[in-house]
Ligand binder design. Structure first.
Ligand SMILES: C[S@@+](CC[C@H](N)C(=O)[O-])C[C@H]1O[C@@H](n2cnc3c(N)ncnc32)[C@H](O)[C@@H]1O
Length: 473
């Protein structure tokens, strides 16, 4: 083979050869490229040839088809996809991770103190670094845990960037400044992820379309959370569903899969069940059911997720679709425990009630009422910040519960923030407006709408009037 130089002008790929390249790329990497992405193929092949030992595109194709020069072939595949990414990408998914997913897996793993997360298709590392930050912030005794994040991509260049872990301004476009200051140190015009978080992330090269995982070498099994976002948008439907089935095998029971909002959904019925949270649909391997084989793929069928932010019917909110068994942590299981906690509180045993509520909220992170009850118990002993955090979790899962909003208003008052308290009390009033006086309030242990209304009006009346706006109406 004759070495070539980059300066040589080459003719465009002949259409039949171009088609052969595209078919081979789809077979090996799952990438089903659009016509527009395919247009980049000419240029990418020419760039690859320059400096390589191959004389022309035909020789290059022959080598790839025969399974040689895999590194060059991977380079070509990486060049045809966009490695666009940034920290805390897709806010509602980050909130779901922070408020539901991580508390759930932390509770499940409390015994062994071990967490395994995987960012599949991690590009230059912003996604696994975000996971590291969320784990660090969600795990009070992080140093006592063995928390590891696997970050894989097909692109060696992207993995190298991830290992360097220094990022420019653009990567932080969704990151609050104070989070950046806490977890990064400035380095010239860039920012470097702090060492303890860097050590949590392990980068490795993996082609997600290859049949090499779950396996011992790169991505094994037992993952608590897998993120694979904005990768399968490039995949054929067949490669996508095959990949999702392998993710299900790689997840621990009860483990979570987070896909990008534009990625196709896993086939239903299948081994993964959807969990609907505000603005985000996540997928979960059921905790106590054997993984079922997925039904055969229907060619061309793309399953659309419900639109983000749509109001969720209660039955729709947390449960798996398709009549599958409910995952552990489903709301029905919690009601007896909630009653027990309330009985302890009513019996005057506040400490025992609080401890039981803490255990319940950890075990049932998807049950808004568990967080609400815990928040109220914290408020009763003046633990304002833990109360506010529990109530925010409850509000995240069920934003329409007036008692949660009332609790948040009380937390604001305890902090001396009358302005926010007033806003929340007014919001509570609006939520309560349609409820008849004798309607029971969810999570209120028998509290009726009329009673809550009265309490809230008393509270509003006690606030200083604001100039220009009536205090209570
Ligand atoms: C748009 S980036 C997504 C980055 C990150 N997950 C996010 O959502 O911010 C897509 C990444 O998928 C990688 N990728 C594409 N095909 C792949 C394959 N077959 N195996 C592994 N990674 C692949 C690309 O190299 C690229 O870095």
């Amino acid at each position: 083979m004759r070495p070539t130089t980059g300066s040589q002008q080459r003719p465009a790929l002949d259409p039949a050869l171009k088609n052969s390249f595209l078919c081979l790329i789809e077979r090996r990497f799952g990438l089903h490229l659009s016509e527009q992405q395919g247009q980049g193929l000419d240029e990418a092949v020419q760039r690859l040839l320059a400096g390589s030992a191959y004389a022309d595109p035909v020789a290059l194709y022959g080598a790839f088809a025969a399974g040689r020069s895999l590194d060059l072939f991977e380079k070509l595949a990486a060049a045809l996809t966009i490695g666009e990414t940034h920290f805390f990408r897709v806010g509602p998914q980050m909130e779901a991770l922070r408020r539901v997913v991580l508390p759930d897996v932390i509770a499940r793993r409390a015994g062994e103190r071990r967490l395994r997360l995987w960012s599949a298709g991690c590009a230059s590392g912003e996604e696994p670094a975000t996971l590291a930050i969320l784990v660090r912030e969600g795990l009070p005794l992080a140093d006592e845990w063995d928390a590891q994040i696997l970050a894989t991509d097909i692109s060696h260049a992207a993995l190298e960037a991830g290992r360097r872990a220094t990022y420019g301004e653009w990567s932080f476009r969704d990151t609050p400044d104070e989070v950046r200051r806490r977890h990064f140190t400035p380095e010239g015009t860039r920012w470097r992820l702090v060492e303890p978080l860097r050590r949590m992330v392990h980068f490795a090269q993996l082609n997600l379309a290859a049949d090499t995982f779950p396996s011992a070498d790169v991505a094994g099994s037992g993952f608590d959370v897998i993120l694979c976002r904005n990768v399968t948008i490039y995949f054929s439907m067949e490669a996508t569903q095959r990949l999702y089935r392998r993710f299900a095998d790689a997840l621990a029971r009860g483990g979570w899969l987070v896909l990008g909002p534009s990625d196709p959904s896993p086939q239903l019925p299948g081994p993964l069940a959807p969990v609907y949270l505000p603005g985000a649909v996540l997928w979960r391997r059921p905790a106590d059911a054997a993984v079922r084989p997925a039904s055969p793929h229907v060619p061309g069928q793309r399953q659309k997720s419900p639109p983000p932010g749509r109001p969720l019917a209660p039955a729709d909110r947390l449960g798996p679709a398709g009549g599958r068994p409910a995952p552990a942590g489903a709301p029905g299981e919690a009601s007896a425990d909630l009653k027990r906690v309330r009985a302890l509180a009513h019996g005057g045993n506040r400490t025992a009630a609080r401890e039981a509520a803490e255990r319940l909220a950890r075990a049932q992170p998807l049950v808004a009422e568990a967080h609400l009850l815990l928040g109220m118990l914290y408020l009763d002993v003046g633990a304002v910040e833990p109360a506010a955090e529990s109530l925010r979790r409850a509000a995240f899962i069920d934003p329409h519960n007036p008692l949660t909003q009332f609790g948040l208003a009380r937390a604001c008052l305890r902090r001396g923030d009358e302005v926010r308290a007033r806003t929340m009390l007014t919001h509570t009033r609006r939520l309560l407006a349609p409820a008849p006086d004798d309607q029971a309030i969810a999570g209120g242990g028998g509290l009726q709408a009329g009673e809550l209304r009265q309490a809230l009006e008393v509270q509003l009346a006690s606030l200083e009037p604001v100039a220009g706006s009536p205090a209570t109406r």
